[in-house]
Design a protein around this ligand. Structure first.
Ligand SMILES: Cc1cc2nc3c(=O)[nH]c(=O)nc-3n(C[C@H](O)[C@H](O)[C@H](O)COP(=O)(O)O)c2cc1C
Length: 215
């Protein structure tokens, strides 16, 4: 009986981990072809993308700029209120949907397949579906459970964290000559379902990044 129970547990874990593949990212390349002030001068929104993927190195660099660890104590490239690292970045590419773990520098695959269009809203699905990557920023209010403050304040800080991360992405994209658009319009309910978000998790913003069309 005990053996049967153990076997059933193994099967259950295997079933729940059908997409539990983890991809190790290369260390981020911190060299940059422009200065910070040149990137600031170049930053803008563009909504057309070449149908071209990023290399794993390019993706690792972009994610590090968005929300990677930049100090030995595990703090991030962008500031966070009360030390609460409450934003998770979900990464939509042609191959799959994954979750960025900045400490481990890995991507945990949560769904196989191309769901990039699903991050778009109405007509925007067209260009969104071509961008090499769509980043979905998700705040988890559960991380704030120990703090007595209204949810509205905690949510405001989550939006501030996302704002800092998305501006880093804009600047990194400008520096690399890529196109980028941040989006507040998205189909939140279906995206939350796809990502299997819990009630404490909310999508704050979505951002598309990709190579420029060659014309
Ligand atoms: C919070 C926020 C939400 C936005 N939402 C959308 C959106 O849903 N769709 C879109 O195409 N652009 C969106 N944008 C991009 C703005 O339209 C763009 O930043 C604005 O036109 C200014 O252009 P610039 O970024 O080139 O300075 C958003 C920008 C911000 C900051």
């Amino acid at each position: 009986m005990r053996k049967l129970f153990a076997a059933l547990c193994v099967v259950a874990v295997m079933a729940s981990c059908a997409f539990c593949e983890t991809v190790k990212l290369p260390a981020p390349d911190k060299t940059c072809p422009t200065t910070l002030t040149e990137a600031l001068a170049l930053r803008k929104t563009e909504r057309d993308f070449a149908d071209e993927d990023f290399t794993l190195q390019e993706l690792a660099n972009l994610l590090w700029a968005a929300g990677g660890v930049n100090r030995p104590d595990g703090k991030l490239v962008h500031p966070v209120a009360m030390g609460k690292q409450d934003i998770t970045i979900y990464v939509f590419t042609r191959e799959n949907v994954s979750k960025y773990d900045p400490k481990a520098n890995t991507l945990e695959i949560v769904a196989e397949g191309d769901y990039r269009r699903d991050t778009g809203y109405k007509v925007q699905k067209e260009f969104v579906g071509k961008a090499a990557v769509n980043l979905v920023y998700v705040q988890d209010l559960a991380l704030w459970e120990d703090m007595k403050a209204p949810d509205e304040l905690k949510q405001r800080w989550g939006f501030a964290h996302t704002g800092a991360a998305m501006q880093n992405v804009y600047l990194y994209s400008a520096a690399m000559g890529w196109n980028c658009v941040v989006r507040g319009s998205f189909e939140g309910d279906s995206l939350a379902k796809l990502l299997k978000l819990s009630p404490s998790q909310n999508i704050t913003l979505v951002q598309s990044v990709g190579k420029r069309p060659k014309n």
